[in-house]
Design a protein around this ligand. Sequence first.
Ligand code: MN
Length: 487
Amino acid sequence: MTGMIINGKTGDWEVICGLEIHCQIISKSKIFSGASTHYGSDPNENVSFVDAGMPGMLPTLNEYCVRQAVKTGLGLNAKINKYSEFARKNYFYADLPQGYQISQFKYPIVGEGFVEIDLEDGSSKKIGIERLHIEQDAGKSIHDISPTKSFIDLNRAGVGLMEIVTKPDFRSPEEAGAFLRKLRSIVRYLGTCDGNMDEGSMRCDVNVSVRKVGEDGYRTRNEMKNVNSVKFVMQAIDYEARRHVETYENGGMIEQETRLFDPIKGETRVMRKKEFAHDYRYFPEPDLLPLVLDDAFIQEVKDEMVELPDAKRRRFVAELGLTPYDASVLCEDRKTAEWFEKAARGHDAKKVANWMMGDFFAMLNEKKISLEESPITPENLGKLVELVTTNVINGKTAKDVFAIMAESGENPEKIVDEKGLKQVTDSGEIEKIIDAVIADNQDNVAAYRAGKVALMGWFVGQVMKASKGKANPGMVNQLLKAKLDGK
Ligand code: MN
């Protein structure tokens, strides 16, 4: 994949994009206090004196948040820095009572790494990770309750964040979209962030610039803050890149500014210009010691790592014989992948994958239920596939059995037994049915023999119907053709 090229009046332009993603760390308590991180509590229910920025309160680092950040760093194939420091990022805002955010600046906990993304044309690309640092979240200002007042909810203040910064490696909106989906999949596998962009637990800042194809270096970039869905990130990149090209081609210049993406209009507008850019006056956080990790700690976290989506996908292809596409669909979500593996154990994995991606996902969609709520267990889907593979039932009957399973949750073997759905593979029995159909339809037999061979399909249908769908279709075809052709 060569990326997105914009053909302008003055030549071809390429898109340059980098992302900064804030991921809320999954932990029971906040990163520097013991207050709960529970989402959906009453306003200001989960606020300690530290979170409220009371004078003289001291932050205490939550070890579990450090563990989560290291685990995420390992999942990004990144260097874990044994030495890191906290720094104060100073700015004034009503939902930041301390007057500064405790973050990391010069010495982040995680250094360079990479994430492999899979593109639609089947190719893959490595996206560089610049760093990952940990910091505290701010509270929320609420402006839409009263026409005259704003409210502050500090429940989120102090919740742990991982800020992940990529290198400017994206060359198209699709690449950025593939990266966000992959990142979300990785943190969900690891259990370090729930990855819900619509709830704000994963928030994305998008940096975009353009340059002529073949040009060295980078031109001025614009940043779009807090774009809250994969689709909007892709739209924002596309819109912004075209705006840059148009500006340059009309003799204008791009100023460094922060812009807002408006999802309703599908465009960006200026939020603040560079002359108002923040100078955060970072300085070392005096209330926290530098963070020093030893090898044993890092090893402990490594030992807790689960198999990640890339490794799982490769294994599904190599060991289970799935196509790369099927494997990547099934591996995007860990629970789906584990469900599939359970269903496929001891059975034809490729057929199980087909059933799962076809009828099974369609059933979940139709019932609007999640995998966990499925009436069909993985073991029972495996058994159903086995019944077809071993010719106990035919494919058509399997669909009927599946429909019954989706309602009752029953074992397919039991359904087949109780309803007498076993496929008829006794050629004598099938021949009896064929003879009856032929005897009842002499005019069609004559027409077939006179050259209307398309009637074959009709005859097969009649025989299948007469067998109540239980005849083995391959045998029906073979025996029927022999009889009709008079052999
Ligand atoms: Mn940040």
